[in-house]
Design a protein around this ligand. Structure first.
Ligand SMILES: Cc1ncc(COP(=O)(O)O)c(C=O)c1O
Length: 409
């Protein structure tokens, strides 16, 4: 029994099922609970805390700006938004950016841009625009974005959903080619499907999709809300295949682990479909978010976090692959976005996460059977060793519990 957990449980909606730990403080890779126990955070708030908890430079930027000016709305200019947008456009090879707050708002923005581009530039007949998305996608939870979802739990009870989406299997570029019609506005895709269980498509997939989209005058929109900003060992996951999509969506780590900051970025001719009054957000692009977002991008570069993610990710993946256990069905990922697929016949991913919690490691199952490992990007090799050793111990304990029901490979 814990009064804090009981209070949240009684007064909060039950749309999450948190692990039973009350966190009160964070610093870098670590968080502490209300009893003072320390944990290595292998979740990073679903990749929102890539810079580590309460990064001093980012906290300082937030505090100093909060003392000066926070929000005046986009009805007026403020002094950092332009520089923030210029900086991120330069790093992502995009021409323009439109600021929002949460990831799903930036996804909605991308869908609106694609549809208006289809009607005004491509010449698709009114209300006929189609957007192609992938089976197993996760682009957020609004009703229109759930129109693209193939996950029954996300959709059941929330219909009807808007029309205009077509679903194809993930990872197979030929399927994209055959799904395209003259009315196709865009193909929206995650370079790695995060929420679907860290699903990495075959090498060359994104490049092939980019070529198909270009050939057919279809916009390629990459949702890099989870994979972007260094997470996979490149600034963007698209950079692994050297492509610059026509539209790009960023969020999560863009707020430096402090604020919701998201962007839809695109080529100029795509972004130019928006005219004053077409689209907006009261908080999107506020001065505090611009200052924190700019500082978040600068810290990422100054501290070489992308290269560190590449190096530490390879180290973690290689060490995990050495763990031999029948409980592990697969280990996959890129950079510091790694999934351990648990064989549900032998053990539950959530039960393993609960065991890891007791050993001071925060992680959470995704898609039922996958333990997601996505720590802050500056995790050290010593911390990685601690995590791998805890996972190894937890697997041994689980195997011992199963005694006899599992034959060790
Ligand atoms: C790829 C992707 N797109 C969109 C979203 C939605 O972002 P938000 O929860 O900030 O709305 C997420 C969140 O997990 C995501 O991983």
């Amino acid at each position: 029994m814990n009064a804090i957990i009981d209070c949240e449980h009684e007064y909060g909606a039950h749309n999450y099922d948190p692990l039973p730990v009350v966190l009160t403080r964070g610093e870098g890779v670590y968080v502490w609970d209300d009893a003072g126990n320390r944990y290595i955070d292998m979740m990073s708030a679903y990749s929102a805390v890539s810079h580590g908890h309460c990064h001093p430079k980012l906290v300082n930027a937030l505090i100093e700006q909060a003392k000066k000016l926070v929000i005046v709305s986009r009805s007026f200019y403020t002094d950092t938004l332009g520089l923030f947008l210029k900086t991120i456009c330069e790093h992502t090879r995009q021409d323009c950016a439109l600021p929002m707050n949460t990831g799903v708002e930036a996804v909605e923005t991308a869908l609106k841009a694609a549809r208006k581009w289809a009607y005004t530039i491509k010449g698709v007949p009114q209300d006929k625009a189609e957007i192609i998305a992938c089976k197993g996608n996760f682009h957020g939870r609004t009703i229109s974005v759930l129109g693209m979802s193939t996950e029954p739990q996300y959709r059941n009870g929330f219909g009807p959903f808007p029309a205009g989406f077509k679903i194809i299997p993930y990872g197979d570029a030929a399927q994209l080619e055959s799904a395209i019609t003259p009315n196709t506005a865009a193909f929206i895709v995650e370079p790695i499907q995060g929420e679907n269980g860290i699903i990495v498509p075959p090498a060359g997939y994104l490049k092939a999709c980019a070529d198909i989209c270009q050939k057919n005058n279809v916009l390629l929109i990459c949702d890099e809300i989870q994979t972007g900003l260094g997470r996979t060992g490149k600034f963007l996951a698209c950079d692994h295949e050297g492509i610059a999509p026509d539209g790009l969506i960023l969020g999560k780590a863009l707020g430096g682990g402090l604020l919701p900051v998201s962007l839809f970025l695109a080529r100029k001719d795509v972004m130019d479909v928006f005219t004053p009054g077409d689209h907006g957000s009261t908080f999107g692009g506020n001065e505090l978010a611009a200052v924190v977002g700019l500082a978040a991008v600068n810290v990422l570069i100054e501290e070489n976090l992308t290269a560190r993610a590449a190096e530490s990710g390879a180290d973690l993946l290689q060490k995990l692959k050495q763990l031999k256990s029948p409980i592990i069905a697969d280990i996959r990922g890129k950079g510091l976005l790694i999934g351990i697929e648990i064989n549900p016949r032998y053990y539950s991913a959530r039960a393993l996460c609960l065991k890891l919690l007791k050993k001071g490691i925060l992680s959470k199952e995704t898609h039922g059977t996958v333990i997601r490992l996505a720590p802050p990007l500056m995790i050290s090799s010593e911390q990685i060793n601690t995590v791998v050793s805890a996972i190894s111990q937890v697997l041994t304990e689980a195997e011992q519990e199963m005694q006899g029901t599992v034959n060790k490979a």
